[in-house]
Write a protein that binds this ligand. Structure first.
Ligand code: NI
Length: 249
């Protein structure tokens, strides 16, 4: 059930049977020569929609801009500051909390978001503690799950892309987007070098210097829509389990 495709009456009825919500969160940033700028948000959205369907869970609006300052050396990338993302998460949770949602399952598509989203959760809990309870007295709980850390995502990454997964613009994430939007799939052939270098970075200029085509450690030329389907089919049941355990905890 998707929030943006529901009426307020449907949301009210949903809240009679559940206080849980899945919120996809990603990023808008370059993903190498054949990866879509929206990769991280698209992946989060695809997994969230499937979890929503399988677990009868409400799926909230996608947070599709995240922590991407290091990608600003490439055209099309958009970032928030950490303080802005913290404010966005706090306000979204507070808005939804007012209606009765109390279990916030952030389904994440971008590793760079984790530290800031976790800091936002700390702000939310601090507010609750300092104010001796939120207005409606709900005990709010928030969690963030990275889809690529699901056991089957790790296994398939080894099986399908042995040693060429890398950490940015990975064949796994690009495959999931090609499955979701086959018409947007790019064919750029072999990349040079075939597997991109690994390493750290600081700001956008430093990142572009170290990773000139945008990839880190990956060979996304291996991405296909079929692999994307395999990954989605395997990972969704594990995320459904994680969501159900979170609600039950
Ligand atoms: Ni990504």
């Amino acid at each position: 059930m998707q929030l943006h495709l529901s009426t307020w009456q449907e949301v009210e009825a949903y809240l009679q049977r559940s206080r849980g919500i899945v919120i996809p969160i990603g990023s808008t940033e370059q993903h190498g020569p054949n990866g879509l700028i929206g990769t991280d948000a698209i992946c989060a959205e695809v997994f969230a929609r499937e979890v929503g369907r399988a677990a009868d869970a409400m799926v909230g609006p996608t947070v599709n801009v995240g922590m991407a300052q290091h990608h600003l050396g490439f055209a099309g990338s958009v970032t928030l500051r950490p303080s802005t993302l913290i404010a966005v998460i706090r306000d979204m949770v507070a808005s939804l909390g007012r209606h009765g949602f109390a279990r916030f399952f952030f389904l994440n598509g971008h590793g760079g978001n984790v530290a800031t989203v976790t800091a936002a959760f700390s702000e939310i809990y601090a507010e609750a503690s300092l104010q001796a309870g939120l207005p409606n007295g709900l005990d709010l709980r928030c969690t963030i799950r990275n889809w690529w850390e699901a056991p089957s995502a790790k296994r398939l990454s080894r099986e399908l892309f042995a040693g060429e997964e890398g950490s940015h613009a990975t064949p796994s994430e690009v495959s999931v987007t090609y499955f979701a939007y086959p018409e947007a799939a790019k064919s750029v052939g072999e990349m040079t070098p075939r597997v991109a270098p690994f390493g750290g970075f600081t700001d956008a200029a430093d990142y572009r210097r170290r990773f000139p085509d945008g990839r880190i450690g990956s060979n996304p030329a291996l991405a296909t829509a079929a692999h994307g389907k395999t990954i989605v089919d395997a990972v969704v049941p594990e995320l459904v389990d994680a969501y159900r355990s979170f609600l039950a905890a």
